[in-house]
Design a protein around this ligand. Structure first.
Ligand SMILES: NC(=O)C1=CN([C@@H]2O[C@H](COP(=O)(O)OP(=O)(O)OC[C@H]3O[C@@H](n4cnc5c(N)ncnc54)[C@H](O)[C@@H]3O)[C@@H](O)[C@H]2O)C=CC1
Ligand SMILES: [Mg+2]
Length: 343
């Protein structure tokens, strides 16, 4: 099965810009992570994405499109001064990337300041991350998620878990150190597999009791310590729906900020078409069942959660396009359509 994971460089990961510019940007970011002085300079000439209690600031442009504004650090310092706050607050920002012109980009949480005052001066609104994902264009969603995940990690790792002493961050925010134990802490993600199981003609989707009514998704589960991705896929499918996976193919990955930072590894899997009887683990799942290509195609066309008349059974829909589950389901539907055309 290992050979299927060779597909790490999928077409979507191909770098289209000249290699040298990409390399120089990555080397520059590496320098910013390693050298506090250089990072401080980059912060002064760079720009900030603002958050309030982890909700990102969004602005609506003339065309009604929502964007996450990158505000120059000097401008944010001006805003802080207007609000009677210390402009050094920008030092609490975390590095999240840089533009093609090597202008460093940071995220900063202004949760200590009255929300409406910041919104007024910045000309935007702080929006809950789940809602922001729906409003932003697809290419901005990963950046907003990364900024929030790093800020959240810093907010919850202020103390060493071995000594209880405070931890101290470097300027970029890429690590925290406890001077007492000497431990260095790095931002953490939990690896999760997400799997679209097919029997050749149908695909298997499940729903947790906490999902919105009618929403079904690919099956997912956290990797146990010491497990490979392949072992997790086999175990999770066995545990949650009582089926044995026959083959497995890597599709892609995604950072997923809810409820904490997960690293989603997405795969397609097949089961024996003669052994498809599902036995649902009712602790994990509310339901899991097989769906036809027709049902899935219809669900993929629903761009918003459907409104259901009272008393009617909820309409079937799938996670929105920014979720990697949607990508797996779309890929499966495309493969099935191709198969039908060829036959
Ligand atoms: N981006 C996407 O398209 C999708 C993302 N997901 C995400 O996948 C994640 C995992 O899916 P589940 O079916 O809930 O996992 P799961 O099937 O492993 O069950 C969750 C249970 O695993 C245990 N667990 C083990 N390690 C954990 C950890 N590091 N953090 C939290 N709980 C842990 C807990 O007891 C928890 O109740 C969820 O956080 C969910 O948000 C799920 C579906 C779609
Ligand atoms: Mg699960």
């Amino acid at each position: 099965m290992l050979h299927t994971l060779k597909l790490l460089l999928t077409p979507t990961m191909t770098i289209s810009r000249p290699c040298s510019s990409y390399v120089s940007r990555m080397r520059y970011l590496m320098k910013l992570k390693e050298d506090d002085e250089v990072c401080r300079g980059a912060l002064q000439s760079g720009s900030l994405f603002l958050y309030h209690k982890l909700a990102p600031l969004l602005q609506k442009n003339k065309n009604g499109i929502y964007q996450m504004p990158a505000i120059k650090t000097s401008e944010v310092q001006g805003i802080l001064e207007k609000l009677g706050k210390d402009k050094q607050l920008v030092d609490e920002s975390v590095l999240i990337g840089c533009t093609e012109e090597n202008e460093a980009q940071f995220s900063l949480d202004l949760g200590e300041i009255e929300q409406s005052e910041v919104e007024q001066l910045c000309g935007g609104v702080f929006v809950d991350l789940r809602k922001a994902f729906f409003l932003l264009r697809a290419h901005e969603a990963p950046l907003v998620a990364k900024g929030q995940a790093l800020l959240r990690w810093h907010q919850s790792h202020k103390f060493c878990s071995a000594t209880g002493q405070p931890t101290f961050r470097n300027q970029s925010g890429s690590q925290r150190v406890c001077h007492s134990s000497g431990f260095t802490y790095y931002p953490m993600m939990a690896p999760v597999v997400i799997v679209l199981v097919s029997d050749g003609n149908r695909c298997l989707l499940g729903r947790q009791a906490t999902f919105p009514p009618g929403m079904y998704s690919a099956l997912a589960g956290f990797c146990d310590m010491g497990e490979t991705v392949e072992e997790t896929v086999h175990r999770e499918i066995a545990e949650e729906v009582g089926l044995e996976v026959q083959s497995l193919q890597y599709s892609g990955s995604q950072h997923w900020p809810f409820p904490q930072s997960s690293f989603m590894v997405a795969c397609h899997a097949t089961v024996n078409p003669d052994k498809t009887e599902v036995s649902v683990d009712k602790v994990e799942l509310d339901d899991a069942r097989w769906f036809t290509l027709e049902e899935v195609t219809e669900a993929l066309q629903r761009k918003k959660p459907p409104r259901n008349p009272k008393g009617e059974p909820p309409t079937f829909w799938v996670p929105p396009s920014y979720a990697i589950a949607n990508r797996l389901i779309s890929e499966w539907a495309q493969q099935q359509q191709l198969k039908l055309k060829r036959s």
